[in-house]
Ligand binder design. Structure first.
Ligand code: SF4
Length: 322
């Protein structure tokens, strides 16, 4: 059975202040209870505070972004001290270091001129601000690792965004394991793809088909080209949300494998539960638990091996809401 791989080794980067470290400009922190108490036991955090690491100190003058949205400058709010060049130099070195950590995700502190992932204020010369920028650190990190799952702590309060992010973190970790091997093992890649079929289908039937075609022609494409295209399509697919409509489709698909083993009442029970889920009367965990019971009872190997059944630790309870 495919389960979450090397769960204890999954590393994600994070803005240090979210872990409760007193690194903010005012000497405080922004400890996030959910990240620490719920995600904490399942992930290894790699904290980064770009402003402290670049040498601004604690406490310090707060900074802001000014100028162009796509290449802003970072300046002190009172003194106007320009930190841009130092921040650019620092981030190049730090990003190189982070490559070695093989991160599977990153959680940023929202709105920060360093760590904000999006909608960060950028001030024009007239002093007018628009929320169209990205933090100097966050922007560079996203550019260096374009497929890395990233989120802001505020957005993780949205249950659907939260589940989507966590699914991507665990899937990305497995993807790294398969593609980072010294030797390109076609068999391993086909096995990986087969195990993720239903998860892909739940997120994007379109990408699921495209990936199927790509894998079918694996022996005709150069390994490096295959790897680039596969990883890109795989992570793009998972970024799309798994809606109740798409999940319902997957549940019916799974049911198809079980039909010949079930009597009329058992089939009706499963279909009723799937229907209740589709109408958003019960959470996904309800029909899935029922299906898992029969998959295990009748030992349907293809389904037992699907990451869709266990895409993240069950303690996170990400499928327990409607
Ligand atoms: Fe440091 Fe980023 Fe937190 Fe600001 S938002 S205190 S730069 S980690």
């Amino acid at each position: 059975m495919v389960t979450v791989q090397n769960e204890d080794k999954i590393r994600i980067g994070i803005s240090s202040c979210l872990l409760g470290e007193n690194v903010r400009y005012d000497g405080g922190h922004k400890r996030d209870k959910y990240i620490l108490d719920v995600l904490g036991p399942h992930l290894k955090f790699v904290p980064v505070c770009p402003e402290v690491e670049v040498g601004m100190g604690v406490p310090r003058e707060s900074v802001r972004l000014t100028g162009e949205f796509d290449s802003p400058r970072m300046v002190g709010n009172k003194t106007g001290e320009d930190w841009t060049e130092r921040m650019i130099k620092f981030r190049e070195q730090r990003l190189k270091q982070l490559e070695k950590y093989r991160l599977s995700g990153y959680i940023f502190k929202k709105k920060s001129p360093s760590c904000g992932m999006e909608r960060v204020k950028v001030y024009s010369e007239s002093g007018r601000a628009e929320n169209k920028g990205r933090g100097l650190w966050a922007g560079a990190l996203q550019k260096r690792f374009p497929l890395l799952p990233v989120e802001e702590e505020g957005r993780l309060n949205d249950l659907k965004l939260r589940e989507n992010f966590i699914v991507r973190v665990f899937a990305y970790s497995s993807l790294l394991e398969v593609f980072d091997k010294v030797r390109f093992e076609r068999g391993e890649i086909v096995k990986f793809h087969t195990a993720h079929k239903l998860l892909l289908m739940a997120h994007s039937p379109k990408h699921y088909k495209e990936l199927g075609k790509l894998v079918a022609g694996i022996s005709k494409i150069k390994p490096s080209e295959f790897g680039t295209r596969y990883r890109d399509l795989f992570m793009t697919a998972l970024k799309l949300k798994a809606t109740s409509k798409k999940n319902t489709n997957v549940l019916h698909h799974m049911m198809g494998y079980l039909k010949k083993y079930l009597d009329k009442t058992e089939k009706e029970n499963i279909l009723d539960t799937i229907n209740d889920y589709h109408k958003e009367l019960v959470p996904l965990i309800v029909p899935l638990t029922l299906l898992k019971h029969y998959i295990s009872k009748f030992k349907i190997e293809y389904l037992e091996n699907q990451s869709y059944l266990n895409p993240h630790p069950k303690e996170l309870m990400l499928r327990n809401h409607v």
